[in-house]
Design a protein around this ligand. Structure first.
Ligand code: DGL
Length: 264
């Protein structure tokens, strides 16, 4: 098999917010996406469990001969990426580093809010990297454990979502930028923007990852020249809302045809 696809994984539908951006930025690339729907949510699990689950995801993707792996999950990036990166020869990137570099370059962004799952916030993964790279930065973090399950349910634009966002963001009105530190959260972007009255820059990690990935593939001389297989999605449990939410998010009613169940 050719080493031609980009491998990507998340606990569920959230990583598709990254996939969508990568498909836009790198339309010629083939992508293999793994959604570990059987074990969703990752956000409330221990660091040890996240390390094990990340290992499983990486093993599955390497068995598909991918050329690079994108951990399209904030929870796995913040708790397992550094450790796993050392173990494999294949490049593995997550959602934090590229975002931190973007903020570093934008000097008007020094008061930063981070919203993410409980596991990500507990790990202080964002805060540590931001402060390491930008000493004069101020970081406000907030765990939003209800948002990823609501996104999997397709509740991203109703009254319950609006009130939940309002409650979680009540201390985030005086910041320069808000990092959506969980890949499920861009699904709430319209409500988040509305709540923060368009005064705060909303940082969608998927857009930054797709640019980082482009540079990385160029540097490695691994860019695809033509799309052959397209996008293939594997789920560890097909009996979820994934297909419904994914078809709305990806604006593709035929998405079920790209989905297969896999046991890992
Ligand atoms: N999309 C994930 C993240 O970025 C995981 C959410 C979850 O499984 O709780 O953190």
């Amino acid at each position: 098999m050719e080493q031609s696809s980009i491998g990507m994984f998340d606990s569920g539908v959230g990583g598709l917010t990254v996939l969508k951006e990568v498909e836009k930025e790198l339309p010629q690339e083939n992508i293999i996406y793994l959604g570990d729907t059987k074990r969703f949510p990752y956000g409330s699990k221990s660091k040890e469990s996240i390390i094990q689950l990340t290992q499983k995801g990486i093993e599955f993707l390497t068995s598909q001969n991918v050329k690079v792996i994108v951990i399209a999950c904030g929870t796995a990036t913040s708790q397992a990426l550094e450790e796993k990166k050392k173990k494999y020869r294949i490049p593995i990137i997550g959602i934090i580093d590229g975002t931190v570099q973007y903020i570093k370059k934008k000097e008007d962004l020094r008061k930063i809010g981070v919203i993410a799952t409980s596991g990500t916030i507990r790990s202080r993964g964002w805060e540590k990297k931001l402060k390491e790279q930008i000493p004069d930065i101020e970081v406000k973090s907030k765990a939003c454990p209800l948002l990823a399950p609501m996104a999997e349910e397709g509740w991203t634009n109703n009254e319950i979502a609006r009130l939940t966002i309002r409650e979680y963001l009540k201390d985030m009105h005086d910041i320069d930028a808000l990092i959506l530190g969980c890949t499920h959260y861009p699904l709430f972007e319209p409500l988040i923007k509305e709540e923060l009255k368009n005064k705060v820059e909303i940082i969608h990690t998927g857009k930054l990852i797709s640019q980082q990935l482009k540079e990385l593939l160029k540097g490695l001389g691994e860019e695809s020249v033509e799309k052959k297989a397209g996008t293939q999605i594997y789920l560890t449990d097909r009996e979820t809302n994934f297909i419904q939410v994914a078809s709305v998010l990806m604006e593709n009613r035929e998405i079920a045809k790209k989905i297969e169940e896999v046991q890992i």
